[in-house]
Design a protein around this ligand. Structure first.
Ligand SMILES: Nc1ncnc2c1ncn2[C@@H]1O[C@H](COP(=O)(O)OP(=O)(O)OP(=O)(O)O)[C@@H](O)[C@H]1O
Length: 521
């Protein structure tokens, strides 16, 4: 495909004056640009001067620069003032959109010099965001020169900008009531969460990638779903992928697809998750676990908006928003060379750092009540079910616990406490039995009361689950490493044990999937 090049510019005062004075020296910025070595296919001029005056300028320009009638176009743009930034931005954007820009087959060049400084500033903003373009300027002293800005608006400035404006909105919105629907599932009472929700709502409407950092179980996936549901992509797919659970040799094919025959076992074409989520959002959980070559490919996809399936020669366009998450200390991984710095910046179009539950006591209190209500509702109608309440002493124990597994752990502790308690009111002893702690002689798992409902198998499974999860966490999700930490001969043994105790590859128990289902109701 032959690419065309267009020069786009305002017609400024000095351009008009140059044409009107007929001076040979001072030919004005546009004619100076056209005197350069580059030949454009189209000269696209905007004017906020009387149209007739600018039309006469165009005739002069064509004659002077040797461009034919058909290659110079003039458009009238009405502005209330040539220094009204908002009007310049919206009128120019409208005009360029009407010209069906940006287009793959057209290289745009914006000329900064003609017009007011406000007009130049808007060209820079448009070139760095919605209408990617080369920037040039001209001056009497130096003639034509390119303008280089070594920054990327999305990765260098938006995170800071969003953080600042999000904080401001957060402060203004203390007591926020109009939380967007997608965020309603995120139960919270703390100011810190309110601020994060306000920031996330703001990020949601921007088309930037998002990085969600936080300990396990802090709600990273819940935020990702809410951001998707609040974005313009809400009617398109939301696909969650746990990168830590993908074998490294399959990561490229899983994410970017493959062609039939690309490798042994590739018996059919595969679209890959990027294309499966086309138009929507791809949630890359545990992104820090991606192998180095997949990190390179991911960066390329984010830069170009194209994926090249394994074994394919031609790239395919995709329009997939990425929200990435990890419980790892990603900046430390960048410093240690385990995660690419350029990818980190690219992913961090918006950054959310979700605080652990132990730093938000008000949320624990609210979540206890909300989860207990949900547990009672879920149990309703079962013959053995009893409506449970919680004693003040048991609640105090829950409030004092540090919750290393955060919200997920709190929910499961309440599920266990309500199943294990034999009375309608959950007592402190039920809570201390239900809280999972590292296996130590004398700890609660060894002190379980032998009462109806006790099951030795349940206790053993719980111990197994705890150790498998810890090993998977410590191994960053790599099953073979986790298996050797546990003293298993191979990862198949780990897989078998995980299946037996219903532990999902991401360290969740299968019960948590059922919370997600009930969340979706
Ligand atoms: N503020 C909250 N309100 C209600 N439910 C929550 C909240 N935070 C988390 N949860 C629930 O806790 C569970 C864990 O949350 P989520 O999966 O989003 O955490 P995560 O940070 O992505 O965890 P991981 O790092 O282990 O993948 C989910 O079932 C989620 O619905």
């Amino acid at each position: 495909m032959k690419r065309m090049s267009w020069l786009i510019s305002w017609v400024g005062r000095t351009d008009h004056e140059a044409a009107e004075s007929g001076a040979e020296q001072d030919i004005g910025p546009i004619a100076t640009a056209l005197a350069g070595p580059k030949r454009y296919d189209r000269i696209y001029l905007l004017t906020n001067y009387p149209f007739e005056r600018s039309r006469r300028y165009c005739h002069w320009l064509q004659k002077r620069s040797g461009y034919g009638d058909s290659s110079v176009d003039l458009f009238q743009v009405d502005l209330p003032s040539p220094i009204d930034y908002a009007a310049i931005y919206s009128e120019v954007s409208k005009n360029l959109k009407e010209a069906r820009l940006p287009r793959d087959d057209i290289d745009l060049t914006f000329h900064l010099s003609p017009g007011t400084p406000a007009m130049a500033a808007i060209w820079i903003i448009l070139a760095k965001t919605r209408f990617p373009a080369t920037l040039i300027q001209t001056s009497r002293e130096r003639g034509l020169e390119p303008v280089d800005f070594f920054f990327d608006l999305a990765s260098d400035f938006l995170p800071e900008f969003l953080q600042r404006s999000g904080d401001r909105i957060g402060r203004l919105a203390t007591g926020l009531t109009d939380t967007a629907a997608g965020f309603a599932k995120i139960l919270h009472a703390s100011d810190v969460m309110r601020r994060h929700i306000a920031l996330a709502q703001r990020i949601a409407v921007h088309e930037v990638p998002v990085l969600v950092l936080g300990e396990t179980g802090t709600g990273k996936e819940l935020f990702a779903e809410a951001i998707h549901a609040t974005s313009t992509r809400s009617d398109k797919p939301f696909l969650a992928v746990n990168c830590g659970a993908i074998a490294s040799e399959l990561a490229n094919s899983e994410l970017f697809g493959h062609k039939k025959g690309a490798f042994t076992g590739a018996t059919a074409n595969r679209a890959g998750h990027f294309r499966e989520a086309d138009g929507g959002t791809l949630f890359l959980d545990e992104v820090g676990d991606l192998p180095p070559d997949t990190q390179v490919r991911l960066l390329r996809v984010l830069q170009s908006g194209e994926v090249t399936p394994v074994g394919a020669s031609a790239p395919v366009k995709v329009n997939t928003r990425v929200i990435a998450a990890t419980h790892r200390d990603l900046p430390a991984d960048v410093a240690g060379g385990r995660f690419r710095e350029d990818l980190f910046h690219r992913l961090a179009g918006g950054i959310l750092r979700l605080p652990p539950l132990r730093e938000r006591g008000e949320d624990v209190a609210l979540l206890i009540d909300a989860f207990l209500k949900r547990i009672n509702q879920d149990a309703h109608g079962r013959p053995e079910a009893q409506e449970k309440t919680i004693s003040p002493q048991a609640r105090a124990l829950l409030l004092a616990h540090p919750w290393p597994g955060n919200v997920r752990e709190l929910y499961h502790t309440l599920v266990r406490a309500s199943i294990w308690s034999t009375t309608p009111q959950i007592q402190p002893s039920d809570v201390s039995s239900a809280v999972l702690q590292p296996f130590k002689p004398g700890a609660t798992l060894l002190d379980q009361p032998l009462v109806p409902g006790f099951s030795l198998q349940e206790v053993l499974d719980e111990v197994t689950r705890t150790y498998l999860s810890r090993a998977l966490n410590q191994a960053g999700g790599r099953k073979s490493v986790a298996a050797s930490l546990l003293g298993f001969a191979n990862y198949q043994t780990l897989d078998n044990r995980m299946r037996k105790v219903q532990l999902m590859p991401d360290g969740q128990t299968s019960e948590i999937k059922s919370i997600k289902k009930s969340d979706e109701k």
